[in-house]
Design a protein around this ligand. Structure first.
Ligand SMILES: Cc1cc2nc3c(=O)[nH]c(=O)nc-3n(C[C@H](O)[C@H](O)[C@H](O)COP(=O)(O)OP(=O)(O)OC[C@H]3O[C@@H](n4cnc5c(N)ncnc54)[C@H](O)[C@@H]3O)c2cc1C
Length: 386
């Protein structure tokens, strides 16, 4: 049954909404989460590649990763749920000197923040990755503390944890409108009725722009299709020491998935829209590139493929915290394809923002909406996004 009132309504039951609801409930807040789909975590979160890394180009993203990793390590104990955290390492492979120079700077920044990432030469890469075609690769960066985690388990852990703490989490309940009194939120509307509330958390992923419209504001978050393919088990992989591998220039990545390989490749000509159908033409391009770089895949059979949505902002950075235009609106969305790994810390930060008045475990000022309003504001675009 839909409650009549709530201190906070969270819109969206992906990793951001689930983590926010859990952390709010932990702080004693009467929180209701509304998810439009019949189950939680099936949108971008459920369709993501599960990569978790510290290797970013901006300090704020590195700090978000550092805090999230601590929380992922504690997750099984805190939430009685294994999330399959595997630190198998994460490798960026670069095919031109401009990118190489940027990634060298990234490693310096990561090292200055205590992350032990390293730059690798083509010779070191060739010795380490004899099973890859490294033609044209001029170097790479690697961190053995990065790796993989399981998105479904993380969402389920937070959903169950939030319920144990008394939060109400409802699926099949789309938010269809936001009730406003001038600039102030006074409630949310659903087909099952309205909930009176003064605080709404926008955690609607690629659909967050629509929630912004319901509040009469422009929230610059747009959907962009991205595809993934998974192979059947490949016995030849057993002897390989596989990490997460990303050919940055081709936006092409691989990681072990069961006894097979999960691979993704971003179509740089993809146009904005909510289309989540697999593009069979792009599959052919993707498979061509994948076999070229990882020739063992020629023997592989396709097990499954899917398409999901990135939630893109103009600078490929999340929008976090209270929105200046609407009293009572808090945003945790727009992660531009790298949000799963920041789910744990961002939920905690949103609880701090609401309960303590301001997020404090990490300084999220660079990611606040205000950056789009400030004239001559520093460009904080994240470079390490495919
Ligand atoms: C192919 C692919 C690969 C990726 N790989 C990685 C990766 O390796 N590592 C990484 O960290 N990130 C990755 N990402 C990005 C990551 O998946 C997202 O950044 C993250 O999952 C965003 O979480 P979210 O909770 O904001 O969004 P979502 O998981 O999309 O959740 C938003 C929820 O809001 C619900 N909703 C929308 N509108 C309404 C409404 N009106 N009422 C109620 N509910 C509503 C939706 O149904 C949805 O369930 C990848 C994404 C894709 C598509």
């Amino acid at each position: 049954m839909l409650p009549k009132t709530a201190e906070v309504v969270v819109i969206g039951g992906g990793v951001m909404g689930a983590s926010t609801a859990y952390h709010l409930a932990q702080r004693g807040v009467d929180v209701v989460l509304l998810e439009k789909a019949p189950s939680f975590g099936e949108a971008s979160t459920g369709k993501c590649a599960g990569g978790v890394r510290h290797q970013f180009s901006t300090a704020v993203n590195i700090e978000l990763s550092r805090e999230s990793f601590k929380m992922m390590e504690r997750f099984p104990e805190e939430l009685e749920q294994d999330i399959g955290l595997r630190k198998i390492g994460y490798l960026f492979l670069l095919d031109n000197e401009t990118d190489m120079a940027q990634f060298r700077k990234n490693v310096e920044l990561q090292n200055s923040l205590g992350i032990g990432s390293v730059v690798l030469t083509p010779e070191e890469l060739a010795a380490r990755l004899p099973y890859l075609n490294l033609e044209g690769i001029v170097g790479g960066t690697f961190y053995d503390g990065d790796g993989l985690a399981d998105p479904h388990s993380m969402v389920q852990g937070y959903i169950r944890g939030a319920r144990r703490l008394g939060a109400k989490l409802l699926d099949s309940t789309p938010v269809t409108g936001i009730k406003m009194d001038g600039r102030k939120i006074i409630g949310v509307e659903t087909p099952d009725g309205a909930i009176a509330t003064e605080t709404v958390v926008i955690a609607a992923g690629a659909w967050s722009g629509q929630i912004g419209e319901m509040m009469g504001i422009n929230l610059p978050i747009v959907p962009l299709r991205r595809q993934i393919a998974v192979t059947r088990p490949l016995p030849a992989l057993k002897s390989l020491d596989l990490t997460f591998i990303l050919f940055f220039g081709e936006s092409l990545y691989f990681h072990p998935e069961g006894e097979g390989i999960l691979t993704g490749m971003s179509n740089q000509n993809e146009t904005v829209g909510f289309n989540e159908m697999v593009d069979p033409k792009w599959t052919l391009t993707h498979i061509d590139h994948a076999i070229n770089r990882f020739p063992l895949l020629e023997e592989a059979e396709l097990l499954t493929e899917w398409a999901g949505l990135y939630e893109m902002t103009p600078d490929h950075q999340a929008i976090l915290g209270r929105l200046p235009q609407v009293e009572g609106a808090v945003c945790v969305a727009g992660f531009s394809g790298h949000g799963f790994m920041h789910g744990p810390i961002c939920g905690k930060l949103m609880a701090e923002e609401i309960v303590d008045g301001r997020a404090h475990t990490v300084n999220i000022d660079p990611l606040r909406y205000e950056r789009f309003l400030a004239e001559g504001a520093e460009d904080i675009s994240e470079f390490n996004v495919v």
